[in-house]
Design a binder for this molecule. Structure first.
Ligand code: GAP
Length: 565
């Protein structure tokens, strides 16, 4: 599937719009349109229902070492700044960033070479190289290449800031050296080679993917958005928009224990907005600056934590599969030991092969992490004692705790055994927008279906799982006369309080079906001449195109059953 087709359908049919589009948009921010808002709500509701409200804490689910309880929270976006100091975000939540000395644009250091391969100018230069220069003869052609790069029609127009264009004489020697080994059609690879391997000799810096200018050395850039709470704009009133929902759960751990009867093992869930000032937001909603997370912090005894880690990893993978991401495009990837955070004894990512990624690459949908007692301990410890882990409590240059924890007791006492301990945490942390995007990508397909005259026509179908589909059913009168609209409207009104349904009587019925196919509506209910005689209708299945006759009185239960199956 080509991503452009999906992006265009999302705009045309009202799934997603660029934020503030009439003012030129704001990079990294997206609005959900009339269909998109329903789809994303359904994703979040399916998650909440399956993980939290529908969870039966009396039974042991397959794979679970024990029965457990689930409960929820809805915390504020702005929290006490100390939360982010103790969580580590204040000091450590940073990306390495490079900026262009010429066009001033910012880039994530680890994205620069990936972006370079997609740039118009690098590809145009690569194309020109491939058609004008002989790969075999490239060594002798280096001087010609430098001339071309300086030429108005060549490099100067495409990438005026590129070192090769500005100072061909400086780069000539290293080019002559490297070109012999490189192919002319891999220009970005050649640049990477010159900038990294030969930097010392060639003096070539990493070129800016935007204009070819020189990038600065990488430096740290904290991703938290800052704001001011109150009227005084000074340091003491500085606060942050949360970069994750998880911390709201940790700091309320004691409140939940004290206000409910939950016993370990139990989980607290939260769905809500998070904000990250991403340096290079990209790939539609995949990396945005404002997005929603669906997070669970599952608290358990340290001895059973490995079993719970495996349980949550497998349960979360199954959830995506049950909702339609069941294929080779979805993978579960265990982190290698050298990828793990210092406090984690296991982390797995659920990843999806998004169509905007190069073949063989996957993008993260969700991370499931065994976080040990890191978070509760960090928010608890106000002083350093012999038990404090220096990796957990951040120390200043004098070996004293850098930030004071809350000093509150966040331990748990088992009423049966009287054992007191800091619970271990398993964290399944999912992105609602990334999940929604993956469901959209998976759903998009083109096939053929007969039109009103029986001729096969190409149709675009969003094969969303019925639980996720924005509109569950559309009701049509076959024609706009003979009492059919009246019956159809009665059916529409009867279904509306139960499901999201739409009514359409305009145009040929084939066209109406195709509009619903694009919106992902799984069922179309058509009232025809027979409906007036025997009070039956046809229900057309979006995916199989099968039409079944159903009694009007049974429509609701029929749709209900089909959504759940
Ligand atoms: N509490 C752990 C945590 O926040 P994370 O891997 O940074 O972990 C969890 O984020 C999930 O949130 C990711 O797997 C992804 O689905 C989503 N997410 C993170 N950054 C995002 C962004 N900039 N845009 C959209 N979704 C994002």
């Amino acid at each position: 599937m080509e991503m452009e087709k999906l992006v265009s359908l999302c705009k045309r049919r009202g799934f997603l719009f660029q934020s503030s589009e009439i003012y030129g948009g704001l990079n990294g921010f997206w609005d959900y349109g009339p269909l998109g808002v329903e789809l994303k709500r359904n994703v979040k509701e399916a998650w909440w229902r399956d993980m939290v409200s529908g969870h039966d804490d009396l039974s042991v689910l397959p794979g679970a070492p024990d029965s457990y309880e689930m409960t929820g929270l809805d915390c504020t976006i702005i929290m006490h700044p100390q939360v982010w100091k103790c969580s580590g975000h204040y000091d450590l939540f940073a990306d390495m960033m490079q900026s262009c000395r010429q066009c001033k644009k910012l880039f994530r250091a680890d994205h620069v070479w990936g972006l370079m391969r997609e740039t118009e100018w690098a590809n145009a230069i690569a194309e020109t190289l491939a058609s004008n220069f002989d790969a075999e003869q490239i060594e002798v052609d280096a001087e010609k290449l430098a001339k071309w790069a300086k030429d108005r029609k060549g490099g100067r127009r495409l990438a005026p800031g590129l070192a090769l264009v500005r100072h061909p004489e400086n780069t000539l020697a290293s080019l002559q050296q490297s070109l012999a080994e490189m192919k002319a059609d891999s220009f970005p690879v050649l640049l990477q080679h010159l900038a990294t391997e030969d930097k010392k000799t060639s003096g070539l810096l990493t070129p800016c993917p935007e204009c070819g200018g020189d990038l600065t050395e990488p430096r740290e850039f904290n991703l938290m958005f800052e704001t001011i709470v109150g009227a005084l704009k000074d340091e003491s009133n500085k606060a942050f928009l949360r970069p994750e929902t998880a911390q709201g759960i940790f700091v309320n751990f004691k409140n939940v224990l004290d206000s409910t009867r939950v016993k370990i093992p139990f989980g607290i869930a939260q769905v809500g907005k998070s904000f990250r000032n991403e340096i290079t937001p990209r790939n539609f909603t995949f990396r945005s600056r404002e997005f929603e997370q669906m997070e669970i912090e599952f608290f358990c005894h340290p001895d059973s934590s490995q079993s719970w880690y495996k349980y949550w990893r497998d349960r979360r993978m199954q959830w995506y599969q049950d909702l339609g991401l069941a294929g080779e495009r979805l993978i579960l990837r265990e982190h290698d030991p050298d990828e793990l955070s210092h406090y984690s004894t296991g982390t797995a990512d659920i990843e999806y092969a998004f169509p905007f990624l190069p073949a063989g690459e996957y993008g993260e949908l969700e991370g499931i992490a065994h976080r040990g007692d890191f978070d509760l301990r960090s928010h608890m410890e106000g002083k350093l004692d012999e038990k404090s882990d220096p990796l957990v409590v951040q120390l200043d240059e004098h070996g004293k705790p850098k930030y004071r924890g809350s000093g509150k007791d966040l331990t748990y006492r088992d009423e049966l055994t009287n054992e007191r301990y800091i619970p271990h945490v398993i964290e399944p942390s999912a992105g609602a927008d990334r999940a929604t995007l993956a469901f959209l990508c998976e759903a998009y397909r083109e096939d053929s279906a007969p039109d009103d005259k029986g001729n096969l026509q190409t149709r675009t179908v969003m094969s969303l799982h019925p639980r996720l589909a924005p509109v569950k059913a559309a009701v049509f009168p076959l024609v706009k006369k003979d009492g059919m609209p009246e019956v159809a409207k009665d059916i529409y009104r009867a279904l509306k309080p139960k499901f999201s349904v739409s009514y359409d009587e305009k145009g040929a019925v084939g066209r109406r079906y195709r509009r619903q196919d694009e919106a992902g509506t799984p069922f179309c209910i058509t009232v025809d001449g027979d409906s007036l005689i025997d009070r039956t209708v046809t229900i057309r299945d979006r995916d199989t195109l099968e039409q079944t006759r159903v009694r009007i009185d049974d429509i609701e239960s029929e749709i209900e059953n089909r959504i759940q199956s």
